[in-house]
Design a protein around this ligand. Structure first.
Ligand code: GLU
Length: 278
């Protein structure tokens, strides 16, 4: 790390600890830093542990379909690369990050739901996924949601996801739900045999299965419709502009190109882009 980068990383840490006066996090160029330069700044909450969607590479740079969506929308809002920064948005923190003003947007496989819509606004949808199951490669007992009738089976889901909520609501008493703080923890528990399956959106699971095909596989038909939206603070007047940006991304072919590059690789069948509402 150069002296300048080290200094700016330190400055960022100090600023983050003392007061959130300026945007902190991973700069759009991948480096840690404080957004610099003239013009509008934008802080975007993204995933950093989901291959194909929002993933941090070894050199700190971020890649994936959601990252491309965030960059496209930022550019359409007139934000330059230098003023765009990314902040990690864990599933359970997304509404809080927006409400506390720590991020301007959340682009993080964020399903639009009535409960979340009471606290935040959504632009979109810009992608539709569905809940599915990831099991160990050699497992032939769990073949889809219809197999979830065995109270001995332990299902891992991440705290704050729609997947965890759906298992609690629709499969209560039929399986044993084990909630984890992160996908990495669920994957570790699945590998070790501490749980029998991991459940969340099929597009996320496809990325993990592609990362370790000798260990894991996705099974069964999706059993929900997860409509991904871009989260904004309640009443944020930029919502129509964000919707217009999503529409443009779909219409000019950028959506398809990014989905093909980042999601197609895992063998995931890319659905057609949805109609952006609003
Ligand atoms: N789309 C689901 C949700 O919003 C799960 C994906 C995630 O972990 O972000 O809760």
């Amino acid at each position: 790390m150069s002296r300048l980068a080290r200094a700016s990383a330190l400055a960022c840490t100090v600023v983050c600890i003392t007061a959130a006066l300026v945007a902190c996090g991973v700069g759009a160029d991948g480096g840690l830093g404080v957004s610099m330069g003239p013009g509008k700044a934008l802080r975007v909450g993204v995933k950093m542990d989901q291959p194909g969607l929002g993933m941090r590479a070894g050199d700190g740079t971020l890649h994936g379909f959601d990252i491309d969506v965030a960059r496209y929308v930022a550019a359409e809002l007139g934000v330059t690369e230098a003023r765009l920064s990314f902040v990690e948005a864990r599933p359970a923190d997304r509404e809080d990050l927006l409400e506390r003003g720590e991020v301007d947007l959340v682009v993080a496989t964020y399903s639009i739901t009535p409960e979340r819509s009471q606290r935040v606004d959504f632009a979109g949808p810009y992608f539709i996924a569905g809940q599915a199951l990831l099991v160990r490669r050699q497992n032939s007992d769990i073949t889809g949601p219809e197999s979830l009738d065995h109270s001995d089976w332990r299902l891992c889901a991440v705290v704050g996801t729609t997947g965890a909520a759906r298992i609690r609501a629709d499969f209560a008493g039929r399986v044993s739900l084990r909630e984890s703080a992160s996908y990495q923890d669920c994957l570790r528990r699945l590998r070790l045999g501490e749980v029998d399956a991991l459940t969340t959106d099929d597009v996320i699971l496809a990325g993990y299965a592609a990362q370790q095909p000798d260990q894991f596989k996705v099974v069964g038909k999706p059993f929900s419709a997860e409509r991904y939206g871009i989260g904004l603070r309640k009443g944020d007047p930029r919502r129509p502009k964000v919707n217009a940006a999503l529409r443009r991304m779909i219409n000019d072919g950028s959506w398809q190109a990014s989905a093909g590059e980042h999601l197609g690789r895992s063998g995931y069948r890319i659905p057609p882009p949805p109609t952006v509402e609003g």
